[in-house]
Design a protein around this ligand. Structure first.
Ligand SMILES: Nc1ncnc2c1ncn2[C@@H]1O[C@H](COP(=O)(O)OP(=O)(O)OP(=O)(O)O)[C@@H](O)[C@H]1O
Length: 233
């Protein structure tokens, strides 16, 4: 058995066109099954870090390997395979407004041309995981923010990704709804999926007691295996 990290970043620098140095020598390994919070002040480089995992931005220098793909060297035709191994959840849900809950989730499987019966089975099963089976026929505007985020999570996990990347997923939600969403992430992680979540929410980080990477001025200034928002390593 190998123990290769599922995500590895080595000597990552990211300088934007305006010369802003968003990431300044990031070195980190994340292993399968970990739950990792990315925290830090506004402008620290968290979004840049997350966008790099999604292949939305490339490093100026350094190596990023995600689920076996070297993102700076991979072939263009392999990008969809990398994306398929990632489930993505955003702060603002990003559902298709004119599609039902069922269709929003099924869409993620239709684009990879999954067979119809598998789609039916998988969508029903993930809607059950997020507690939204009864709402399968609703449109996003008929749902609360928390329910919309549940749909987005169902969509993110329906293709059974190895890694779920969540950027501030509870940023628009009240505290009670936030905990409902965190419980779902907790269960997904318990089932073996690696989770990387950027958040400003001190309370959830303190309560969950998972790995915390703190980014400041483009550098990882703290890496705590199991701790709170500002615990020392
Ligand atoms: N597309 C871009 N072009 C130029 N500079 C950028 C770009 N995106 C981010 N930056 C700069 O890079 C730095 C890091 O930004 P980033 O968005 O990664 O921070 P963040 O930690 O996610 O902040 P927040 O918590 O406010 O979302 C900032 O100085 C920002 O101004």
């Amino acid at each position: 058995m190998t123990n290769k990290p599922i995500i590895s970043m080595e000597k990552i620098f990211k300088k934007y066109e305006n010369n802003a140095l968003a990431l300044n020598d990031i070195n980190v390994e994340i292993h399968k099954g970990e739950f990792v919070f990315i925290v830090g002040p506004s402008g620290a480089g968290k979004s840049t870090f997350m966008r790099m995992l999604l292949h939305e931005t490339l490093p100026t220098s350094g190596t990023v390997i995600i689920n076996g793909y070297n993102i700076t060297k991979m072939k263009r035709q392999d990008i969809p395979y990398l994306r398929r191994s990632l489930g993505i959840v955003f702060q603002d849900y990003r559902l298709l407004p004119d599609k039902t809950v069922y269709e929003n989730v099924a869409f993620a499987m239709r684009v990879i041309e999954a067979p119809r019966r598998l789609i039916q089975h998988s969508v029903n099963s993930v809607l059950d995981v997020v507690g939204l089976k009864d709402k399968y026929n609703c449109f996003p505007h008929q749902l609360s923010g928390g329910e919309q985020q549940r749909v987005a999570i169902a969509r993110a996990i329906v293709n059974q990704p190895a890694i779920v990347i969540a950027d501030e997923p509870t940023g628009n939600l009240d505290p009670e709804t936030t905990w409902g969403i965190m419980e779902i992430f907790y269960r997904i992680n318990k089932a073996g999926t690696t989770i990387v979540m950027a958040t400003h929410n001190k309370e959830i980080v303190d309560t969950m007691q998972r790995r915390v990477l703190t980014i400041e001025n483009g550098q990882i200034i703290r890496d705590v295996a199991q701790g709170g928002y500002s615990d020392e390593a």
